[in-house]
Design a protein around this ligand. Structure first.
Ligand code: PLP
Length: 405
């Protein structure tokens, strides 16, 4: 266990991932504990954005859809990004595509399972990330399929024949579900699980295939560092994708979009889940950001994230706080309940330690293992302790809430 700054520095010197820090363009004087919400910019993503804008957009113009003068070929960027995400979640390269947002991808996937998949009901556990519930609610209103809430840990016999949406890593507690056990339970009751991997992909060692998971969605802007509003991914097992019809049957999910045929014919596999024109600027940044993962073991990332989080928990307790304890596997973030959590996070940000706040009372800190050092986490503990001991967070300026927390 690390109990001093010197030991933290020694852990950094021995960290096999330490060289990756240089791949990120982080502002000086900032300890960034929010890579679980918005990953910081990889240098190669910033460089790629410039190249895409100047060389491909400005120079290549519309020719860049087919690739022009050494530039990227835009038309298949969504599937190429998907192929880079696939090994991070244990999927086959052709079973992942990048498009739209998590919310929209969830709608398409859940709707496909309800309509073509013949499923009869929608289920979600209490306390899941709100958009997942909102989307299912909208789908329920549209289709008449009932939406019900399950207490976490409930046996899936209740959801027999239905569709359950479940986070792998919970956005508040960071508790990680046992994917394989849930899949066994679901399959025993003929339920289908759509996994929300938003807080797991890019930080946890995930193997959807080994766990028997067939459907998943997840964020590109968190641990994958694809940039603000980066498009999301969608995974559908290749063995079942062709049996699903998704309702946003746009031309980019068509088998032959440039034949301009009158009738819709879905593309083969997960490609049918694309809908409209891909967001090339965002995809370009994500594509470059994903290259950071090349040659990196996901198990090593998960292990470092855990160790950084463990260190922060110890330091937060020294500051008199009580982080949420997770029995078993934990994701890349740590949450601490406090009635004045918003003000404390603002005071931390003013001192250069950036975390976030989730209403009603959770301070949340992410430990992205690609760029954070043990020494920084140690340091953030000192800052937290000083703020708690001096009660600096009580200053009026730290009570002003912006629209995004
Ligand atoms: C678990 C989870 N699901 C879904 C979303 C929403 O994703 P999007 O904004 O891409 O729809 C988030 C965003 O933070 C999230 O944390």
């Amino acid at each position: 266990m690390i109990v001093s700054r010197e030991q933290a520095e020694r852990a950094d010197a021995q960290d096999p991932l330490r060289a990756l820090r240089g791949a990120f363009d982080l502002p000086p004087g900032v300890i960034y504990l929010d890579g679980n919400s918005l990953g910081p910019p990889p240098r190669q993503a910033l460089e790629r954005l410039r190249r895409t804008a100047d060389h491909e957009w400005k120079g290549g113009l519309i020719r860049s859809w087919n690739g022009h003068d050494g530039g990227e070929r835009w038309i298949d960027l969504a599937s190429r990004c998907g192929a880079k995400i696939a090994p991070l979640i244990g999927a086959d390269a052709g079973d992942v595509i990048v498009c739209d947002s998590v919310s929209v991808n969830l709608f398409k996937l859940a709707a496909a399972l309800i309509s073509a998949g013949g499923r009869r009901a929608l289920w979600i556990e209490e306390g899941e990330f709100p958009t997942d519930g909102y989307i299912l609610d909208g789908l329920s209103r549209l289709t008449g399929a009932p939406l019900s809430r399950l207490e976490p840990g409930t046996d899936l016999s209740h959801a027999a024949g239905g569709v359950l949406v479940k986070s792998l890593a919970h956005y508040k507690t960071a508790a990680v579900a046992d994917m394989a056990a849930h899949e066994r339970n679901a399959q025993a009751h003929d339920a289908a699980i759509i996994w929300d991997l938003s807080h797991g992909a890019g930080v946890l060692d995930i193997n959807v295939k080994a766990a028997g998971a067939k459907y998943a969605i997840g964020c590109g802007y968190k641990y994958m560092n694809g940039g603000p509003g980066a498009p999301a991914f969608i995974y559908v097992d290749g063995a079942v994708a062709n049996h699903l019809d998704q309702p946003i049957s746009g031309w980019m999910g068509h088998a032959d979009p440039f034949a301009f045929g009158r009738d819709y014919a879905p593309a083969s596999g997960v490609a049918r889940f694309a809908a409209g024109t891909p967001q090339i600027l965002s995809l370009s940044a994500l594509d470059a950001a994903l290259d950071i993962f090349r040659g990196v073991e996901m198990a090593a990332l998960e292990q470092k994230a855990r160790a950084l989080g463990d260190l922060f928990i110890v330091r937060a307790r020294e500051a008199g706080l009580s982080p949420i304890a997770v029995n078993g596997r934990r994701g890349g973030h740590v949450s601490i309940p406090h009635p004045n959590g918003y003000s404390i996070v603002q005071a931390l940000i003013a001192k250069g330690v950036i975390g976030d706040f989730r209403a009603p009372d959770l301070m949340r800190f992410g430990f992205s293992p690609l760029f954070l050092s043990y020494a920084e986490v140690w340091e953030s503990g000192d800052v937290l302790r000083a703020i708690m001991e001096t009660e600096q967070w009580r200053a009026d300026e730290y009570a002003q809430a912006g629209p995004v927390t």
